[in-house]
Design a protein around this ligand. Sequence first.
Ligand code: NAD
Ligand code: ZN
Ligand code: ZN
Length: 344
Amino acid sequence: MRAVQYLEVGEPPRVVDVDAPEPGPGQILLKVTAAGVCHSDLAVMGWPADAFPYPLPLTLGHEGAGRVEAVGADVGSVAVGDSVVVYGPWGCGTCRACSLGMENYCPRAAELGIRPPGLGRPGALAEYLLVDSERHVVPIGDLDPVRTVPLTDAGLTPYHAIKRSLPRLHAGGTAVVIGAGGLGHVGIQLLRAVSATTVVALDVREESRELALRSGAHHALPSDEGAVRTVRELTGGTGATAVFDFVGAQATVDLAAQMVGMDADITVVGIAGGVLPVSFGSPPYGTRVGTTYWGTRSELIELVELARQGAVGVHVERYGLEEGPEIYERMEAGRIQGRAVVVP
Ligand code: NAD
Ligand code: ZN
Ligand code: ZN
């Protein structure tokens, strides 16, 4: 089968022929119907050889959807022909975090060598994808896999961050979304779906600010010092009640710290390496600063339901598998709107 692989540190990914996998006991083989492309892969492909944590070559793609092609022994809840999306942050399945569906925070995954598809295990940018357990697929019925697959990361990651901040997302409050790309534009829709908060989007790109407004943001501003003043004005001087930073660069975590009021949440989701100093009184009293990683199993199930209700509609750009490497070039150049999805 064809697959988009990262073969050598520092080299661009290539489309190559590899053997199609076969499902062992408990496993599920998917014929991939859609695979989303995340900005995190650019960060992964920027890591140096001496600190690269995954075996190479690595089939990329950690947003996967597919039709069940075959199941291994002991798979009972999924049948051949089912249309599913893949829950990516695999955990051990039995620890306390995993038993709560929070496999994204499984403390045993690393020691057991359990890694997500596309981030250590063969990923979804291929014709077939092997899933390790029926726990890790969510049926989507007749939903369009192309528009649903980004929910597994571009939807799940902001949804998880938003759910942790629900007490700060009240009517009269103001949530700021920094970076209205793949994750951010879905995050804006989810904020509007689950809360009555005012949503302000910040982005350096005009096209992304337009997408933010189409996604339901009340305001969209260039991501600069002027935005700090505008957020202060919009909130009557009190500041934002929540900031979701989907960039995570030094410039954006600095903006987040300047925009929040007291008793607010700053959630850094982007992995661009910005550092936010925390000391008494800065950020303002009572403000919580945190990071999040992906989301939980139950949250993905809820998201699929939200999609079924029409509460979230991902803006997708479609590509073929052979165009995989080009997607990363376009993403690096800031030329993707919403989410790029490969249809093999
Ligand atoms: P993307 O490329 O689709 O979107 C990024 C957006 O940010 C673009 O609209 C871009 O114009 C905008 N942007 C860039 N610099 C900016 C700045 N200084 N100020 C404001 N906006 C700016 O990326 P994505 O796939 O949505 O990923 C977003 C980030 O989230 C990446 O860092 C990615 O690695 C990270 N991520 C984290 C998790 C997690 O679990 N924590 C999961 C998925 C992705
Ligand atoms: Zn991702
Ligand atoms: Zn676990």
